[in-house]
Design a protein around this ligand. Structure first.
Ligand code: BV8
Length: 238
């Protein structure tokens, strides 16, 4: 399929999901052997689950935090840094991922709408810490200020994603929307593409499998992000 050309007059918004980190060795959620296969979402990714069993939830996120320190960004992450360097302020990368790999690859204009494994905050006084500042030996690390339980800085189901105002403001001026490595199952992220398209944006999808919201995708490229994106970035810029 022909790769659409974009130029400096465009505003490029990108949404990524777990699929872009798969080639770095991080499990996705809904693929076979995915994260949700071994854990019930309700138990580990909801406020109720945390209230019910904070030790289990901390175990789940500590494991993923330590794994994120062992892996590296891949060619897919690096291709998006190249795109940002070409588009500068006419570019926004919104990620559902919490692994921090986009920032580690060099992306600057990034919104981690579902939070990050790298920080946590106090359930009582809301003070925020990096994971390396707190005592992860404890099953439920305590706040260094008030000693109440800390929680992962993750947006769980039923919680408001971060920086929605900035995301909606960027959607308003988006002329090209790319969705990469996400199954399009989780809202409100999965609806951004429809909102962009309703405002006249052209939409591009890169995914190993056809996503749930593929009806909104004008140009769909099936395959691995690490294979497709480096070539695509070179060809798509006028
Ligand atoms: C909220 C943190 C109120 C946890 C996560 C309608 C409107 C609004 C809300 C809802 C709605 N309908 C339902 C809801 C509620 C709910 C929801 O969406 N439920 C779903 C399950 C139906 N949403 C919420 O609760 C959200 N909050 O609604 O607040 C509100 C209302 C309106 C407006 C604003 C606010 C909060 C959702 C956030 C939950 N937290 N993450 C954690 O990470 O541990 S979600 C979790 O799923 C991850 O963040 C993950 O990124 C995200 C999406 O999954 P994907 O990234 O897509 O991963 P998945 O495995 O599914 O797919 C991977 C894809 O990659 C596959 O397609 C595969 O083919 C592909 N792939 C694999 N390898 C590769 C590849 N592609 C390319 N290359 C490869 N190599």
């Amino acid at each position: 399929m022909k790769i659409p050309k974009i130029n400096q007059r465009d505003f490029l918004m990108i949404l990524t999901g777990a699929g872009i980190s798969a080639e770095s060795g991080i499990k996705t959620f809904r693929d076979s052997d995915g994260l949700w296969e071994n854990h019930r979402v309700e138990d580990v990714a909801t406020p109720e689950g945390f209230k019910q069993n904070p030790k289990l939830v901390w175990k789940f996120y500590k494991e993923r935090y330590f794994q994120s320190l062992e892996v590296n960004p891949n060619l897919g992450h690096e291709a998006l840094v190249e795109l940002e360097n070409r588009f500068k302020d006419n570019f926004l990368l919104v990620t559902q991922n919490v692994d921090g790999l986009h920032t580690r690859a060099g992306s600057k204009r990034v919104i981690e709408m579902h939070g990050t494994l790298n920080t946590c905050f106090c359930t009582k006084c809301k003070k925020k810490y990096t994971m390396s500042e707190v005592d992860l030996e404890q099953e439920i690390p305590p706040c260094l200020a008030c000693e109440k339980p800390l929680r992962p800085d993750i947006v769980w189901f039923g919680e408001m994603p971060y920086q929605m105002d900035e995301i909606y403001a960027a959607l308003d001026k988006t002329t090209v929307f790319m969705t990469i490595g996400t199954s399009g199952n989780v809202y409100p992220a999965a609806y951004f593409i429809a909102q962009a398209r309703q405002r006249g944006a052209r939409t591009i999808g890169v995914n190993l499998a056809e996503p749930e919201n593929s009806s909104y995708i004008d140009f769909f490229f099936q395959g691995k992000a690490g294979d497709i994106l480096p070539k695509m970035v070179e060809e798509m810029i006028e």
